[in-house]
Design a protein around this ligand. Sequence first.
Ligand SMILES: [Zn+2]
Length: 321
Amino acid sequence: MTKKKRLASVSLDLDNQWSYMKIHGDKGWDSYPSYFDIFIPHILNVLDELNLKITFFIVGKDTESEENRRFLKMITERGHDVGNHSYHHESWLQSYSYEEIQNEIISAETAIEQATGKKPVGFRGPGFSWSKDLLKVLESRGYLYDASTLPTYLGPLARLYYFRKSDLSKEEKKTRKELFGKFSEGFRKLKPYYWNLGAGRQIAEMPVTTVPVLKFPFHLSYLIYLSNVSMYLMRIYLGFALFLCKLTRTPVSFLLHPLDLIGGDQIAELSFFPGMQTNSHRKVEVFKTVIQRLSKSYQLTNMTDHLHYEAENVVFKKLEP
Ligand SMILES: [Zn+2]
């Protein structure tokens, strides 16, 4: 009898062309240029080839154009799950008031449901931003989980790198001062748990998995970067990360971004972006290698199914936000 594999989840933050331009400080982002016509059919085909169903975290703003809605609809038609990735994709949700957060969540949720026919039950904050008010709003709307935490000590380092690569003004850098999180994010738990919101209210947290103990990220962006140094190195690193996950019984929630899967050959407007000189074909090959490796240890699924599975099989700790 073969032993049944544990579940692990794969999710993609569906950041559009404009959100990359906005975060980078490029002019023209506010006309909301979109690459969904190229990216969405591309990723759906790759996922079909791998027979993989994942969660797409969608930005509300992207549902405003009819052209975008045509492509967003394909996501659920092809059997994928959807999550809420905020309405405006601003990476400083921790500075929002309760009412502002509420508007942001509800407007995105309504828009995503209208565009895809599916109501999101999970949320991931842009740039891993979140707050206690955010958790409360999610719980009151019947969400099952938040997925906005990335437990790593390297957040400040990632921010420094990003600031150096961008054309942001001093003011813009100030509003983005907590982008990718503080050093203290590294102390957060890697295994899913419940946030205790008082009065018997709670919501699950599904952290983006980093390497246990070391808390180094190993989501696809990092693996693509490593594979450009050496494919062998990438395999060793991923194998090591999964070995430690197994050893510490840490569930795996694996994160993707559009630019991990498509290159400057297909999205010329973003060809100046770091990593965009690697072409789509090469990125997809690396992705397939990664998925094959993950599939050796896990049965891969979307985040909602993964959450149900974990909650049925382990007792989650309860933490104070
Ligand atoms: Zn995002």
